[in-house]
Design a protein around this ligand. Sequence first.
Ligand code: SAM
Ligand code: SF4
Length: 284
Amino acid sequence: MSTATRPAFVPTLPRSLYLETTNRCDSECQTCIRTFLTLEPPADLTLEKVKAIVEQFPALDRVVLHGIGEPLLNREIFDIVAYLKTRVPVVLFNSDAVSLTPKRARRLIESGLDEYRVSMDAATPDTYMKLRGVDQFDRVVANVRCLIALQREMARPTPRVSLWLTASRVNLDELPAFVRLAGDLGVGEVYVQRLVFNGFGLATEENALHGRLREREERVLDEEARPELGHRAPRLGADDAAGKPEGRGHGRAVLGRLPAAVDPQLRHRQRQRAALLHLPVGRP
Ligand SMILES: C[S@@+](CC[C@H](N)C(=O)[O-])C[C@H]1O[C@@H](n2cnc3c(N)ncnc32)[C@H](O)[C@@H]1O
Ligand code: SF4
């Protein structure tokens, strides 16, 4: 709702809360504003502050714990999640998984986190280095593999782990291999999100795909990623379902979408957070 049409008093309490648990980071993503601009001194949210904030929101359905920064670097992240889980149905965050040691993976599972989204952007070390700015592809792959193995060992279905790719001209060709990588790791979901461009690094208009897919790129989305998805393969498209102009604007928009019949939950999730594509790869 635009500020022009938003009433001074809203009839319902907020259901969704985004908290930037830290603004520190251990990656140097070439698409991320944080790599190029320092807007504030380094700081972490404490559990105490989280409690003080959350107590003011009695009707929350979910809390998202990332802003610009890597949540795993906050020493209290697991305690923050565990506290939130006593009050809020769904707690989740995106992460680069660089510092997801086996010990942290265990704590993550034990914290009760509902969803852990691993931002990888690449299926090869070279492209990972180019986009994420650090030479950590193999480490992240090993960390995610370990997390999944631990989850199985502990017989815990949560957190739901997914791999995320911010799509651009740099990495779209790797989407089929990215889906295969997810399958190999035992990760059940892959999401492709739109590149928001700001002119810094690789976050440029030339690299953006949203609303400007070339024939070759449409083929990657529509045909080449599909055989990797098995019989539940969604029909992937390139429509601008969010109707937003260009690559600017808040959050993410839809690049292609699943028919509701394939995943009725998706429509709801698209409204909530507008992931670009959702490719259920199935757990082996
Ligand atoms: C800013 S990060 C914070 C959480 C964590 N550090 C991570 O990378 O997942 C949140 C998400 O934004 C994505 N991202 C980075 N640059 C982006 C851009 N220019 N457009 C859209 N998403 C971007 C990241 O890949 C990640 O999935
Ligand atoms: S890991 Fe996340 S916060 Fe850090 S630079 Fe990359 S996208 Fe930005």
